[in-house]
Design a binder for this molecule. Sequence first.
Ligand code: PGA
Length: 251
Amino acid sequence: MRIVIHASAAAASRGLADFLARSLRRTPALVLGLPTGRTPIGLYADLVHLSRQGRADFSRAMTFNLDEFVGLGARDPRSYHAFMRRNLFDHVNVASSRLQFLNGRARSWRREAARYERLIAAAGGLDLVILGIGDNGHLGFNEPASSLEPHTHCAVLRPRTRRANAWLFGGDWRRVPRRALSMGIGTILSARGVVLLATGSAKAAIVRRAIAGPVTTRVPASLLQLHPNVVVVLDRHAAARLSRRRRRAAP
Ligand code: PGA
């Protein structure tokens, strides 16, 4: 794993936005996996800024969102679909037809999951997945468990994860759906490249367990240690619990 440590969350977002803009210049038809959550909000704002300056071109890119709450449609402002439009897609030159989302209102989640996997395969697989990390180590909605689902599936959310999402639901975690559709851990690990973005001291302990702890389904992010092409982008607060040796090795 390559670890990059920035002085602040803002610098981490800017650094990753620059990296994505360069990747889009090199590979205009990039197939991206994208996260929601509080962490990537700054990244998306920086990408909008770069796009307005003509330095990030999404016109040929294709995107797959990582996950979606069961029961919420695209028009529901609390859905991840709406979050992505609000924070990124409404403001950059991307064609709607190239944006893929899991449909939280699909009648059969099995069929919906299979449809998503087929679409990813038809796109030639994911070139690059950007991930946040839950404070319990989840990736997408792959929650800690004794075993993990390889493919896109319907996940039961832990109370801790529902609490972490309460901000989208007027601060009331009981309104956060109990289930969500999510890419599986295998879907994520099959991407050619992975970037994990984590900022803030609340993530320091789990970042350490994900990077330096044993590989275990109890910390789904630790499975990234098995992937040959992972970059971990941190601010100094999220990096604070890493050993000095790891911090010194980071550029
Ligand atoms: P957060 O969520 O960015 O809101 O902390 C991250 C995640 O759960 O993946």
